[in-house]
Structures are given as structure tokens and as C-alpha cells.
Design a protein around this ligand. Structure first.
Ligand code: SF4
Length: 348
């Protein structure tokens, strides 16, 4: 079992459930834009948020942002150790650095000293794009072995200063390399692992790459917190993160909607209904499995393990609970009838 680490009000590692995090895409020094985006992420269920700290203005905005949000904030710092020190002094709940690009031992020591005093963890984030030159030379390119060696080397830098409040991530754009790297790393460390596929792309393809990569790693029992990286709205990253966890039955959170692929027997617009139901049930936090099936022949039976569902009939909709039909309604009433049944199931 991985070591337990505390990030503000959230614990990761140990026996804690896997958390979903995201990263703001605003200019961090624009406090109101950043707070607004974090509030949207909180609404979607995001449990930890990271902000890019690229200059002093960003670092000094942290305390103002943190007064207005309710989830832990991680300061993401590259190259400049002074920014990491300011971020910690401003109250950040965790620092993400790549020790390899922060500079010499004294600079790392300055970060470690303030993190020790503030009792906050450091994430050692190794990316294929910022691997140390000697490791690139040794391995030829950013292999899984090179990423693991880099991560462990950087962890050792912190451990030498008696700092063990560590989270590790090793991300590559290659999905197989990332999967292999986490498999190797998980055998060599007890620190919690932050899992993600970096630069996975626009949602259309990025969701697939993230689901395959993060999903494979989690299915191996590896990973304590995840971040889906998509080119686009970060709220989508959170939604996809939860869908990955729900698909692997690692958490129970909000609605899981299943809908049939439709076929020649279909008698309702399954795609449209499923889209409407997905949008109108986003606010629900309790777990509920909802099925939308195109026909009455196979619908309720195929969705027997769903809590609530709808199957199309000829001119009617069959509302069912746990595979048993409980109501028959006309086609124009079926979406509202299904929503009523969902709300009654979750006790709204
Ligand atoms: S539930 Fe009915 S419409 Fe949907 S795929 Fe199965 S048989 Fe076809």
C-alpha cells in the first residue's frame, strides 16, 4: 500500500479513494477568472486543483484565490525556485516541481525547507519532454526506464534532505511508455502516484488516449490520484476522470448512464434522450445507474442491473426499476417521467 499524503483537506494514498484533479487554464494572476474556473471545477466534483505559477504575480495571487475556493490548491512551478518559495508562503497546499529543472541543491533545499515548515507535500513531476540530458544520452530517448530513473533520482534529492512528503508522477505522451513506466515505478516506491497521460490532445482523441492509458494503469491497481489532460475546458477533464473511475468501479459517484447502440428494433430517439438525461442529471452526486434502451423486447432485460431505466415501446415509454416495468407513459412524457423516477430514486 502506498504512503498516505495530506493535501489540504484531501488525503491521497493509503486506503483513500482515488481522487480526481484538474488544472486551471487561466492566467493565475487574474484572480477572478481563476476563481470562477475553479468554482466550475468544484461544481463538477474536482477534488484538487493545480495552477500554473509562471511569475511573481501568479504566486502572490495564491492567497487571494484560496480565500474564495474550497478545494486544495497545488502550485505548479518550473525553473524558478523563488516562485515555489513564495507559493508556499502564500498558502499553497502542495507544490509540483520537476527537481531536474529547478537547479542546484541549494535551490531545492530552499523549497524543501519551506515545505517542511508549512507541512505540505511536493509532487515530483517527471515528463518525457523535460528528462535530464544524461538520461536521454543513456537511454537514447524517453523510455519508461529513463522516466523511472529520473523520478527516483529526483525523489532521492528530496529524501537526502529528510523530506518524505512526496507524490510522484511520470508522464509521457506515449501511452504504452506511460503504462510501462508506472508499472516499473510502482514496484520501486511506496509514495502515492499521480497518474495521467500528458498532452493527450483535443477531447475527441484525448479522452480515448486518457481512458486507455489511465484506465490500464488503474486496472493494474496502480495510482492514487488522476488528472486527465485535455486541450479544452478543464471541466471536461474532471467529467472524464470520474467516468474512468466509474468504468473500473473504483468509485461510486453520480449517475452512470448506459444506453443501447440501437438497431432495427429501436422505436425512440435514444441518442437525443440519453444526451438530455445526461445534461439534466449532472447535479446528482449520489450513485445511480440509468439505462436508456431503444425497445421493449430486450431493453429492460439487457439493463436489469440498472437502478432506473426507460425502454421505448410502440408509441409508449416503459419506465423500469431494477429490470421491472413500473410505469407506462406516452412518448412525449417519457423524458419527464424518467427524470421523476431518477429523482425519486436518489431522494431529491
Ligand atoms: S435494446 Fe432493443 S433497440 Fe436497443 S440494441 Fe437492444 S434490441 Fe436493439
Amino acid at each position: 500500500m502506498q504512503k498516505e499524503i495530506t493535501i489540504g483537506s484531501v488525503k491521497i494514498g493509503g486506503k483513500n479513494p482515488i481522487t480526481v484533479q484538474s488544472m486551471t487554464k487561466t492566467d493565475t494572476s487574474d484572480v477572478s477568472a481563476t476563481v470562477n474556473q475553479i468554482k466550475e471545477l468544484e461544481k463538477a466534483g474536482c477534488q484538487i486543483v493545480r495552477c500554473a505559477i509562471k511569475n511573481e504575480e501568479d504566486a502572490l495571487a495564491i492567497s487571494k484565490i484560496m480565500k474564495q475556493i474550497s478545494i486544495p490548491l497545488v502550485a505548479d512551478v518550473h525553473f524558478n525556485y523563488k516562485l515555489a518559495v513564495i507559493a508556499v508562503n502564500e498558502g499553497a497546499n502542495k507544490i509540483r516541481i520537476n527537481p531536474g529543472n529547478i537547479g542546484g541543491g541549494e535551490k531545492i533545499k530552499a523549497i524543501v525547507d519551506v515545505c517542511k515548515e508549512a507541512k505540505i507535500p511536493i509532487r515530483v513531476g517527471v515528463n518525457s519532454g523535460s528528462l535530464e540530458k544524461d538520461l536521454l544520452k543513456k537511454y537514447g530517448h524517453p523510455t519508461a526506464e529513463a522516466l523511472v530513473e529520473s523520478a527516483l533520482r529526483n525523489v532521492k534529492i528530496l529524501e537526502k534532505q529528510n523530506f518524505k512528503d512526496i507524490v510522484i508522477s511520470i508522464k509521457a505522451t506515449s501511452v504504452p511508455t506511460t503504462i510501462k513506466a508506472y508499472q516499473l515505478l510502482s514496484k520501486k516506491t511506496k509514495y502515492p502516484l499521480h497518474v495521467g497521460i500528458t498532452e493527450s490532445g483535443i477531447p475527441k482523441t484525448g479522452i480515448i488516449r486518457s481512458a486507455v492509458g489511465i484506465g490500464s494503469i488503474l486496472a493494474d491497481g496502480i495510482g492514487d490520484t488522476i488528472r486527465v489532460s485535455l486541450t479544452g475546458n478543464p471541466v471536461e477533464e474532471v467529467r472524464v476522470g470520474f467516468e474512468i473511475l466509474k468504468s473500473l468501479e473504483l468509485i461510486q459517484h453520480g449517475p452512470t448512464i448506459i444506453s443501447c447502440p440501437t438497431c432495427g428494433r429501436c422505436s425512440i430517439d435514444v441518442e437525443k434522450i440519453a444526451t438530455v438525461i445526461e445534461e439534466k442529471t449532472r447535479h446528482i452526486k449520489s450513485p445511480i445507474k440509468i439505462a436508456i434502451m431503444g425497445c421493449e423486447v430486450n431493453g429492460p432485460g439487457e439493463a436489469a442491473d440498472s437502478d432506473v431505466g426507460l425502454a421505448g415501446g410502440h408509441g409508449i415509454g416503459l419506465i423500469f426499476r431494477s429490470g421491472e416495468v413500473v410505469r407506462k407513459v406516452s412518448e412525449d412524457e417519457m423524458v419527464d417521467a424518467l427524470l421523476d423516477e431518477i429523482e425519486s430514486f436518489v431522494g431529491l
